[in-house]
Design a binder for this molecule. Structure first.
Ligand code: DX5
Ligand code: ZN
Length: 224
């Protein structure tokens, strides 16, 4: 919590036709992570970036991936993905009955293990797994689509998460926020304690690829 802000660019928002140019800009701008929304059409009503996309991206860049698994029963599929030690991988609390086992099976892959929670999932579900995670991905929208508006109650929920981490002496856990992170929402969430910000159509991916570098500067200055 309250660490140096890191930007995780949401690749579901990028234009495949500009991918190489986009990655070059992200390397120049020192983007911290590439956010990969892997979606199975079951856990969320959308299909998303898959194993082939990740393999291709690894050929293009060494920017670490922030893999957001919006898939059912991720514990049986994590070894298909090609997860690396510098990656973040978020498993959704709501996506498996065996949450702690899924985290146990993810840990040996060496990545940072995050638990993602949807807007309606209460923060107390984290209580029993705080010792098994490196961070939390707090969904500020109902996941699966870019371009949505923040679910109002999630701002208060972010405060509850901060208070919980302080109460359990777990301020060292990384606090990520995902969904409609505009510069304004980013500023508010930074004050609350968030430190990894998923940047999609609300921040970086606005206008043409020529505008991305400026969009990053505007977003970054809101997160100081
Ligand atoms: C939501 C996705 C995010 C994000 C995209 O399911 O996980 O990648 O919403 O960015 P925005 O919300 O700014 O379009
Ligand atoms: Zn995401």
């Amino acid at each position: 919590m309250f660490g140096k802000s890191k930007i995780s660019a949401s690749m579901m928002c990028s234009n495949l036709l500009d991918l190489k140019e986009t990655i070059d800009i992200f390397e120049n701008e020192k983007i911290d992570y590439l956010h990969i929304d892997m979606m199975d059409g079951e856990f969320v009503p959308n299909f998303g970036l898959g194993v082939d996309y990740i393999r291709g991206l690894r050929e293009l860049t060494s920017i670490p991936l922030d893999i957001h698994l919006m898939i059912k029963n991720p514990e049986y599929k994590i070894r298909w993905i090609g997860i690396k030690k510098d990656d973040i991988v978020s498993i959704h609390y709501e996506s498996t009955y065996q949450v702690q086992r899924a985290l146990d099976w993810l840990k040996p892959l060496g990545c940072k293990c995050f638990l993602a929670v949807n807007p309606a999932t209460p923060i107390c579900v984290l209580e029993e797994v705080l010792d098994y995670i490196d961070g939390i991905n707090l969904l500020m929208v109902n996941p699966g689509f870019a371009g949505q508006k923040i679910v109002k109650s999630t701002l208060k929920k972010a405060e509850k998460l901060k208070n919980m981490l302080i109460e359990y002496n777990k301020e060292n856990l990384l606090f990520q926020v995902d969904g409609n992170i505009t510069p304004e929402n980013g500023k508010k969430l930074k004050k609350i304690g968030a430190e990894i910000f998923v940047a999609g159509t609300s921040s970086i991916f606005k206008g043409t690829v020529e505008e991305y570098a400026n969009n990053i500067d505007v977003f970054r200055s809101a997160l100081i």
